[in-house]
Design a protein around this ligand. Structure first.
Ligand SMILES: [Zn+2]
Length: 329
């Protein structure tokens, strides 16, 4: 009897380990439909929302600002499907590569860039990051903070393009916090500052990201981590044994091919859509395409913008909107 109990316990344990990370779809963003499929995944970018839980979740969901959002209690919410582009990094650069949104997964963590986070939350971030690293083959030193990749254009106060536009996610570069997250390395220097593409505009931030300043040793304990040359860092082999993330919508391997939602008139033409009418006071969408007016296979274009029928706002119908559909065979 005892042996049976032990083996049942073992099976349960194995199952829970293999199940990996599970996420909630409760705040999945309506913006998913508008977002193109990402062609490469090289980085994981960690953010801090700098706001309370409820308003953070609402904000990132409404605007589609990250792929996942992790709360202080350790709950993980899927916001944008992970194969699509989320708008999280803004004006960004790493090792001369710009527009980091097109090459990364963004994780928003409810909390502040310079305040400690509960262990429960850090453990959830650790597990989620580990799973994503295995799926995409991302090494520890390519798990970066938003403040590491964000940069500012030259402006009234800064004569040159500069690093230090924000301190978002700063704590995740500290060795003590990386120790809890089981990230054994970090970049030894800022590759874009070293190559003189950018200058340092926030010395304090710079000494946290690349120096020895670590304000959380008292909370999380000292940790030593390897410093890696970011210009030589490469992706590693993905781990096919990983089960992936449970509870996700549309979670498919990064290599699969997806239908790209047309975002310009050129793309509509390229995908075989034809203009079937123009909205006017006398000709409403219902008169032109009938019940298909709000179908996902119907598109509206106005002033260069393309809006899918399933998210078009009927209050915003206006004269001059062109309606597009594929000819039926
Ligand atoms: Zn951020």
């Amino acid at each position: 009897m005892r042996r049976l109990f032990v083996s049942i316990a073992f099976v349960l344990l194995a199952a829970s380990v293999m199940a990996g990370v599970s996420v909630s779809k409760r705040y999945r963003s309506e913006r998913n439909k508008e977002r193109e499929v990402r062609k490469s995944t090289e980085f994981i970018i960690l953010h801090t929302t700098e706001a309370a839980e409820k308003s953070s979740l609402r904000h990132v969901s409404e605007r589609g600002l990250c792929h996942y959002c992790v709360t202080p209690s350790g709950a993980i919410y899927q916001i944008i499907d992970r194969h699509r582009v989320a708008f999280h990094a803004g004006c960004s650069m790493w090792n001369a590569k710009e527009e980091i949104d097109k090459h990364s997964i963004g994780i928003e963590c409810v909390g502040y860039h310079d305040k400690v986070m509960p262990r429960k939350q850090l453990n959830a971030i650790r597990d989620l990051v580990a799973e994503l690293q295995a799926i995409y083959g991302i090494p520890d030193d390519k798990v970066l903070t938003h403040s590491q990749v964000a940069f500012g254009e030259k402006n009234k106060w800064q004569k040159r393009r500069h690093r230090g536009r924000k301190r978002c996610g700063m704590l995740f570069a500290m060795p003590s916090v990386r120790g809890v997250l089981k990230l054994d390395s970090r970049p030894a220097f800022d590759p874009d500052v070293k190559a003189k593409r950018l200058i340092v505009a926030d010395k304090y931030l710079n000494s946290v990201l690349y120096g020895s300043l670590d304000t959380m040793v008292k909370t999380y304990g000292k940790a030593t981590i390897k410093k890696v040359d970011p210009t030589k860092s490469k992706l590693v082999k993905a781990d096919p044994k990983k089960k992936g993330i449970t509870g996700e919508v549309n979670s498919r391997p990064a290599s699969a091919k997806f239908k790209i939602i047309p975002q310009s008139i050129a793309e509509l033409n390229a995908q075989g859509f034809k203009a079937v009418g123009v909205v006017s006071k006398k000709k409403l969408p219902l008169n032109i395409v009938g019940k298909h007016w709000n179908s996902k296979d119907t598109y509206y274009s106005i002033r260069g913008r393309v809006i899918p029928g399933n998210i078009v706002d009927p209050k915003r119908f206006e004269e001059g909107m062109t309606i597009w559909r594929k000819p039926t065979k």
